[in-house]
Design a protein around this ligand. Structure first.
Ligand SMILES: Cc1ncc(COP(=O)(O)O)c(C=O)c1O
Length: 450
């Protein structure tokens, strides 16, 4: 199972899309018109990786060296989990939790820190929900000699104080969001605890700090590219096991984990002419952008200064209910994933936190790996596909992270105190009301999740 080699290149899906992605828009001209040239403060390498129709991108030697300490990650057939859930087809899992950050986030954190350091930046500032991204960036900054500042969603930091400790041990400065450091937090108000606000705080702070740059863990096309190492390894590992799968599952916050496991299968099928497996995004029922959202231009953060992106969204103004899967509490899906969703090239299912943690507990008992609550969503969907006939050959699911800092969630599950509260239809409708449809579509397509 572990004879595969570390990929030497990332693989982009962009050349295999039949249309270019809709361009970003300036927040000053949300209706269009003077959209061209929305300025982004990014190292040139990341701009190129987001916009060029090139398929293979060499992984820089420094990043490859860092990857070697935790990649290739294991992939195995989870036979005991199959038995536990009554699967009728094989379930394979790809495990990304075995690194210092505890999740897939380190794959892009290392790449980004490398490019920013080369561009002369001294400090990276970011927002984080569950804390895995913040931890990954703290580790990557430490590797590449950068300072790191993290705004973490306050309720998450309260629930998981050791996430903050870990980031600080890695050298980062950590603030609970909303903090008292930014205008956006003062404007939006103390009651809001969202990833969009934490990101907004980081954007504002970086913007006014000499030598600092804001950077983001997921959703951007380059971060999905960096995560392609997951799917590239998985394809090789499945081939080595002589396994064929007809479903690929990953959970979705903004989309880099799902994109990382799934899109290389799409690129591979497009190249070989083989049938592409069903690519299924597992989202939280508290943030059902791909199953109940609209395809429209929306903000990616709460400041409104970042470019507006074409995405499936439940509206950046929607007050997302609290949940243990903080990493999935993001209102929109990455523009690549959204465009593919719109063309039915990827599909989605929503999962409540009770079902996700039950799948996580079943996985813990059967496979001796404690998954993050976020990853429990992917396992729940994998179990559904493998049992209800959605898959006839086999499923591969990405277990995006470990759950050792999420034991309070499992404790609530075991104590019978956990509930799932999906958004009310009316609340969703009013949050999506003011959004602008992506041009060319008569009506912003409403989610058609299965
Ligand atoms: C363990 C884990 N899985 C999945 C996700 C969602 O990742 P993405 O934003 O890449 O979709 C997160 C995000 O924080 C996470 O921490």
């Amino acid at each position: 199972m572990n004879h595969v080699s570390l990929p030497a290149s990332w693989r982009s899906v962009l050349p295999h899309l039949d249309e270019p992605l809709p361009p970003d828009r300036s927040p000053e001209s949300p209706a269009g018109g003077s959209d061209a040239g929305v300025s982004v403060n990014l190292p040139f390498a990341l701009v190129r990786q987001s916009s060029q129709n090139r398929e293979f991108w060499d992984i820089p030697a420094e990043v490859l060296d860092a990857y070697r300490s935790f990649r290739p990650t294991p992939l195995w057939r989870a036979r005991r989990f199959e038995d536990a859930v009554g699967a009728r087809v094989p379930i394979y899992v790809k495990y990304e939790g075995g690194n210092i950050s505890g999740s897939h986030k380190l794959n892009t954190a290392l790449a980004q820190a490398h490019y920013y350091a080369k561009a002369g930046v001294k400090e990276l500032v970011t927002g984080t929900g569950a804390g895995q991204w913040g931890t990954a960036l703290a580790a990557a900054c430490s590797m590449f000699g950068l300072r790191c500042r993290v705004f973490m969603v306050g309720t998450s930091l309260q629930k998981k104080p050791y996430r903050g400790t870990l980031m600080r041990a890695l050298g980062a400065t950590v603030h609970a969001s909303p903090s008292e450091l930014t205008d956006v937090a003062a404007r939006v108000g103390g009651g809001v605890n969202s990833l969009a606000l934490a990101i907004g705080e980081a954007v504002e702070y970086a913007g006014r700090t000499e030598g600092a740059a804001f950077c983001i863990g997921s959703g951007e096309t380059y971060s999905i590219l960096h995560q392609s190492v997951i799917g590239l390894e998985a394809i090789e590992q499945l081939a080595e096991l002589e396994a064929t799968v007809d479903s690929v599952v990953g959970c979705v916050g903004a989309g880099s984990n799902f994109g990382g496991i799934a899109l290389p299968f799409f690129a591979d099928a497009a190249t070989t002419g083989a049938e592409c497996p069903r690519l299924v995004a597992a989202e939280s029922s508290t943030t059902p952008k791909l199953t109940r959202g609209v395809y429209a231009y929306d903000k990616t953060d709460a400041t409104g200064v970042s470019p507006m992106e074409a995405m499936y969204t439940i509206g950046s103004s929607y007050p997302i209910p609290d949940s243990h899967s903080a990493g999935l509490r993001f209102h929109g899906a990455a523009k690549v994933i959204s465009a593919m969703r719109h063309r039915d090239q990827v599909t989605a299912q929503a999962v409540g936190q009770v079902e996700a943690l039950q799948a996580g507990q079943a996985f813990t008992r059967s496979e001796m790996v404690l998954p993050a609550p976020e990853s429990g969503h992917a396992l729940a969907v994998a179990a559904r596909l493998a049992t209800d006939g959605g898959s006839s050959r086999g499923v591969v699911a990405c277990v995006s992270g470990h759950g050792y800092l999420d034991l309070s969630a499992y404790q609530q599950l075991l104590d019978g105190e956990l509930t799932t509260e999906p958004p009310e239809e009316q609340a969703l409708v009013s949050a999506m009301d003011r959004l602008r449809p992506v041009p060319g579509l008569a009506v912003a397509g409403s989610g058609r999740g299965v």
